[in-house]
Design a protein around this ligand. Sequence first.
Ligand code: SF4
Length: 517
Amino acid sequence: MTPERKPGEGEPEPLHPELLAQHDPEAILRDGQRVDHAEGTSNPPRPEPQPRGARIRGSRPVDHAEASQRFLAAPMHAKIHDERLWDLRQKRDGEMHGVPEWEELRALASAIKEHTLTHLDEYLLQFEANATANGAHVHWARDGAEHNRIVHSILADHGARSLIKSKSMLAEECGMPHYMASVGIEVVETDLGERIQQLDNEDPSHTVVPSVHKLRTDVAEVFAKTIGTDPKDSDIHHLAEAWREAARPLILAAEAGMTGCNFAVAETGGITVVTNEGNADLSANVPKLHIASIGIEKLIPRLEDLAVFIRLLARSALGMPMSQYTSHFRGPREGGEMHFVLVDNGRTERLGMTEFWTSLKCIRCAACMNTCPVYRRSGGLSYGATYSGPIGLIIDPAFNARKYSSLPFASTLNGSCTNVCPVKINIHEQIYAWRRVMVAQHEVPFVKKVAMKAAGELLSRPAAYRAAIAAADTALAHLPRFVLYNGLNAWGKGRETPEPPKQTFHSWYKANRGGTQ
Ligand code: SF4
């Protein structure tokens, strides 16, 4: 680990002093802080503690609602989280409108993925043969535990005790960070957001922007505790510079590097990794040993297919025409070694699930998360799982239906996720299908089950429904407030009940059109 440094003592000269606000005549300052950057507005006037995620208790069901409630109880965090992600959604829309053939690209991407998934055995073998011919070592991992053992044995063969790593959701899914800590391997995340999360002992809360739920004052606090910066200095340029200074020696000293993989091309045996910080290139090229973890669903048949996905990915993820780095790795560098670990971990089982197999088309762009009103207002950590947001709702229960039984209900089913998905996954329909599975498997709380049954009965009897609505409108207008807003009414905790309308649509229709509906 980096040696501790007292705030203000022995500060190294920054590599790029021209980026600091006091050297920039254009910078807008408030209370000594730079505010002319998008993140500048995230400095709260009165810092509030960062809300933490869902409480995990083995395989017991994750209580998403409880964790969301705690997230919403931190209004500054909740507001900024919502705004940042909505900003990404709007930028994505802007980019989408700039590509006239957007819908054709989506259809093509979906078709390529469906074709690959239905011929996965052939493409995996083709990839293995070509990668081996290129000089890479190919390993097969049945599950997360096997993945971790393989990575550890490769490191052990090389006597490596330290590993620099660029962002990989698959490594998180396999529980690799905890496993490596248990066998004494130091893992250093090189993606800035991921490193912030690692230093704070938290999982990533978002697939693309892992610490998006944090304010910069939270980051200042984490860095002050771990790399010795000034806890009161939350200038993002200072923070980024401090991490850069702390990271470089770790990267240069690392004995092995690990990357994830966005796309694995069967016809070439190469992989493509897309980042914005260039950290995958450092992880793959600085140490002589490069290990890449690859989910078997990442396969695409041909190099020319890559263009379709590259055009969709950055636009959908961050509303950018291109990511900063699109890096292709095909064989080991001179004197080095390259290992590809192909991981199943439940994917072939999911491939056999009629209603859920197309979730394997996902390219982890996170567009569905950015647009989801529930995700934006509850934060990724409230899902208590590696994958959060709408895609998490359909992937996580496939890993553990009981533990993640509450997640398919964390959706309004508005379909916005399906509309933005670049590979046309019918996300909201799969969420609904999981609800049916949960009910069939009795994984729904008793109170919800009774309430849903009663609602079903009511909705199937129009006369009773109208009478109930009329009674509810009268009751809402006259009942004392404490009857509606008490501990039993979870719905009322974050919301005000709207004014009941003076007239229902049914009575208006009857009065104005005179017929029956
Ligand atoms: S489900 Fe679609 S929108 Fe969501 S992360 Fe995957 S590819 Fe992106």
